[in-house]
Design a protein around this ligand. Structure first.
Ligand SMILES: Nc1ncnc2c1ncn2[C@@H]1O[C@H](COP(=O)(O)OP(=O)(O)OP(=O)(O)O)[C@@H](O)[C@H]1O
Length: 465
């Protein structure tokens, strides 16, 4: 075990040890002062000038209320020795950086000090895109707040504040993938959607879409940020999402092709139609309310007693494991390979199921959450290769709507008798041309559209608990 008695912690001579789970600080004769700073909470460390402050640990500590906050812990010079040699400080700086690194394989045996000293930490570089008008317009303030988390985690940050709608598409189209390790978007799902579209427009889309991205919530629809927070057992706050981006690893995320007769786009969150699509789109005018905008618009929509008619045809999920998109035949063509759908307008394959008639709710989810307070598809996993379509058929009473909506935050709506969940890898939806759909929160036209999931095609920064 790596141990040193050269430090002072809270004015007491202490023994510092690097253990599998964290950095233990023990004060001889004072067992109550023993502390384990878990590596999961350590962002990194910095060295002082070798006199007053020797080594500072940078923690992102989790409080009882679930919030994470930055905290510095100082390990100063021992009073019983002649002083800590700079060499000892540098050694422990390296040890802390090694163990705190999210790139380290934790299943490996504890390494020797020689190995640690031979493996200097790599400074990572993140491109941060800030939407200054997302949600309630706090993107730039959020950036100022979270920047120290990246700095303490040894991540160099470059930032761009977007100047107009679709600016993030252009940036993603041109981003030098070799110059950065991750692109972080500070905004909502609509902003992240632009980055994904930009990646998918590139001729090297197959590399670009596997480039890790992360979302720090500063929009009104923060479904992906909430999904990643839940997966990591964290709160959905800018601080916790930044912690996940800095301390997480790229995880596979399904992406779905969404196409009609003329156009293909790529969704990571959801495709909604009927009640929820109209709530999503019509609530844009209440953006100043933040995430409350959806509640406000939903109540107004329930009162309107509207229903929608259309035809939903889908390939029912079976028990067979879905292959990762990258393990299928010729995954790197000029466009993503669509394996299950017929061309738009052609007959559907045999065996597909159809539901036709009146619908009240149609919400196809790729991930578990559509917003911070909408646990729409509790069984959806990041890379399960399926969409989870939450449906209410027929014309639903105001009471049934309210019942389903009230259960949404905790995912209890799926237990209501008139709510059905269909798990599918590919589907076709036919609606009147004039109907509104919402693709990842962005307006999408009615008519015939098709969706096919590509398992694990994209990569999002995350921590799985
Ligand atoms: N500088 C800018 N000026 C105007 N619009 C912008 C700018 N930068 C980004 N946008 C647009 O803001 C839209 C909404 O962004 P974002 O997702 O961050 O916020 P939101 O409030 O959650 O919105 P939504 O839930 O509708 O996606 C994006 O689709 C993007 O086109």
């Amino acid at each position: 075990m790596l141990t040193s008695s050269a430090f002072v912690y809270a004015r007491h001579a202490a023994t510092v040890s690097a253990e599998t789970d964290g950095l233990r600080i023990a004060v001889p004769g004072k067992p109550k002062m023993d502390t384990l700073f878990r590596w999961a909470d350590v962002l990194g460390a910095s060295a002082g000038d070798g006199t007053a402050m020797a080594l500072t640990l940078h923690l992102m500590e989790k409080h009882k209320n679930g919030k994470r906050r930055l905290r510095d812990v100082e390990l100063t010079q021992s009073q019983t020795s002649d002083g800590i040699h700079q060499q000892e400080v540098d050694k422990w700086l390296r040890i802390v950086e090694f163990f705190a690194s999210p790139l380290r394989d934790t299943s490996d045996a504890l390494p020797s000090i020689d190995l640690i000293m031979q493996t200097p930490p790599k400074q990572r570089k993140f491109m941060v895109l800030i939407n200054p008008v997302g949600g309630t317009g706090k993107g730039e303030k959020v950036f100022e707040k979270i920047l120290p988390i990246f700095t303490h985690a040894n991540i160099h940050v470059e930032r761009i504040v977007t100047e107009r709608a679709n600016h993030a598409v252009e940036i993603a189209e041109k981003l030098d993938l070799t110059a950065y390790d991750c692109v972080v978007v500070i905004g909502g799902d609509g902003f992240a959607y632009e980055v994904i579209q930009g990646f998918m427009k590139r001729s090297d889309w197959a590399d670009a879409i596997q480039f890790p991205f992360a979302v720090v919530p500063a929009g009104s629809g923060n479904g992906l940020a909430k999904t990643m927070a839940e997966a990591a057992a964290e709160l959905c706050t800018p601080e916790s999402s930044t912690y996940i981006a800095a301390k997480g690893r790229p995880l596979e995320l399904d992406l779905a092709s969404l196409r009609n007769a003329t156009h293909t786009s790529f969704i990571f969150l959801s495709l909604s139609w009927a009640f929820m699509a109209e709530v999503d789109i019509e609530s844009e005018k209440y953006r100043y309310l933040g995430s409350q905008r959806f509640t406000f618009a939903a109540i107004a929509k329930v009162m309107s007693s509207k229903s929608w008619s259309g035809k939903f045809s889908y390939l029912e999920a079976d028990e067979a494991d879905v292959p990762s998109y990258w393990s299928t035949d010729s995954p790197r063509g000029p466009r993503p390979h669509v394996a299950l759908l017929p061309a738009v307008g052609e007959e559907l394959p045999e065996g597909w199921k159809t539901i036709e008639g009146a619908f009240s709710l149609f919400w196809a989810m790729n991930v578990s959450h559509a917003a911070t307070d909408a646990h729409v598809a509790p069984h959806a996993q990041l890379n399960d290769g399926h969409l989870h379509v939450v449906l209410m058929e027929g014309k639903v009473s105001k009471g049934d709507y309210m019942g389903a909506l009230l259960g949404l935050e905790k995912g209890q709506h799926i237990e209501k008798p008139n709510v059905k969940v269909v798990k599918t890898r590919a589907f076709q939806l036919e609606t009147p041309e004039a109907d509104l759909l919402s693709a990842d929160g962005e307006r999408y036209g009615g008519g015939v559209c098709q969706v096919e999931v590509h398992r694990g095609m994209a990569r999002v920064m995350g921590i799985l608990k």
